[in-house]
Design a protein around this ligand. Structure first.
Ligand code: 0O2
Length: 214
């Protein structure tokens, strides 16, 4: 990629990347600790796995262009998803448990919340999106850094990854038909999630475990 801006901007941006990486580490560690603690008390890991990504300079530049923003550090700082953490959970309930446990931590500030599970996107996409800020302690002081946390089930993740890769392959004129079919897949997957959640709850209830208002 090529910055239109000066070399100073590139240097400043690169030095910023390590701050976003630090924010990813902070949030990931918090999530791992919560997952281990939950397992200890409830004999269940709410998190199946965690993925992280640092937005590539090329995607950052594309986003600036999309939003008609200049190539400056000030503009880059307005992008909230440079640091991304994807939390893949086992059940739907786990998504909301993890979101609540994370955002109720004193040093985590919830900036934005978008519930694409209750209100799926037109494509059929489902996930809970949070923008949180986390304090990063640097030699010159503390910086609050935004992190986009996407929380979804294994089933939602399965759909999103395949849909994402298929979207780039569609070159035909039957785009609408493909979108419809993908949307139907998203519906079926959502029903599976509800059914699996229900089975899990029933099993726990019959085992005498507290389920409501844990
Ligand atoms: P990547 O590589 O995953 O980062 P914007 O961020 O400006 O594009 P908005 O409305 O601020 O849009 O964010 P939104 O739509 O809440 O969330 C954007 C991210 O959610 C996307 O990131 C995807 O990861 C995911 N997402 C949203 N809609 C869909 C969808 O229909 N299908 C799939 N597979 N994923 C989706 P990026 O930036 O596109 O890419």
């Amino acid at each position: 990629f090529k910055f239109e801006g000066s070399e100073d901007l590139i240097k400043e941006f690169l030095s910023y990347q390590h701050i976003y990486s630090a924010a990813i580490k902070e949030v990931t560690t918090k999530l791992e600790i919560l997952d281990e603690e939950f397992k200890l008390f409830h004999e269940h890991n709410p998190i199946h796995h965690i993925e992280t990504r640092l937005k590539k300079p090329k995607s950052i530049m594309e986003k600036l262009e999309k939003n008609n923003l200049p190539e400056t550090m000030e503009a880059i700082r307005t992008i909230k998803d440079i640091a991304g953490v994807r939390v893949v959970c086992n059940y739907i309930d786990d998504i909301y448990i993890i979101a609540k446990l994370l955002t109720s931590q004193r040093d985590i500030f919830l900036e934005e919340e978008e519930d694409y599970i209750k209100n799926p996107k037109e494509s059929g996409y489902r996930s809970l999106h949070l923008i949180v800020t986390v304090p990063i302690f640097l030699s010159e002081g503390v910086k609050r850094v935004p992190v986009e946390v996407q929380i979804r089930t294994i089933a939602m993740d399965f759909w999103a990854s395949l849909e994402h890769s298929l979207r780039y392959k569609v070159k035909t004129d039957n785009t609408e038909e493909i979108s419809k079919r993908l949307n139907r897949c998203a519906e079926s997957i959502a029903n599976l999630d509800i059914e699996m959640q229900d089975i899990y709850r029933s099993i726990r209830e019959s085992n005498g475990e507290v389920v409501k208002g844990e």
